[in-house]
Design a binder for this molecule. Sequence first.
Ligand SMILES: Nc1ncnc2c1ncn2[C@@H]1O[C@H](COP(=O)(O)OP(=O)(O)OP(=O)(O)O)[C@@H](O)[C@H]1O
Length: 218
Amino acid sequence: MSALEVSDLVLRLQGRILIGPLSFAVAPDRPTTIMGPSGCGKSSLLNWLIGMLPDPFTAQGTVRIDGVALDGLPPEQRRLGILFQDDLLFPHLTVEENLAFGLPAHIKRPGDRRNAVRAALDEAGLAGLAGRDPATLSGGQRARVALMRALLCEPWALLLDEPFNKLDTALRERFRATVFETARRRDLPVLMVSHDPADAAAAGGPVITLGGVNSPEN
Ligand SMILES: Nc1ncnc2c1ncn2[C@@H]1O[C@H](COP(=O)(O)OP(=O)(O)OP(=O)(O)O)[C@@H](O)[C@H]1O
């Protein structure tokens, strides 16, 4: 997979500059962490990437993957998987139905859709839970369903908006390892927003502190 490249982003809130000018590239082997104080615009940056920046914000700049300018595409055509701090599973759908929700529209045949969901359940070690109500799963199982749902759209990159925040320490470490290993296997660029230096250390790539860029590795 190619790098996710952000160039000359300037993000304004009600006319005032919140971020930028900011340029960076996220290579698949360099999971990148965005840090910075509360309110500095970390989630807004992710919202801009997925094309869901709300009204009081405006943005200039470009984002490209593999030569494709994402900012020219509507949100539904931007193949970006995203995980939030809440797993956002639909409570009225089974695990299998939640996963099917992540499938891309181009997989049409019911047999193909079922197979893709089964493969995701197997990969996440969730085989056997297909028919379960998400409320009956453990926190770790729910987190893995959310991860696989984000990956079923065959994304070009994975975005993380503090998805480890609400997990207890042991689960947090396990799920964090699962996320980075899964992304590495798929050769996906990962851009993570976090407040926790341990998350950045687990990511292992550059840290972008809004207002300046530094890499612990360089
Ligand atoms: N819909 C909105 N309308 C007006 N202002 C907003 C809106 N959403 C966010 N803001 C403001 O924009 C700024 C950036 O918010 P954002 O959520 O991107 O920050 P953040 O760095 O992710 O914060 P946190 O670390 O607390 O999650 C904040 O000052 C916030 O109050």
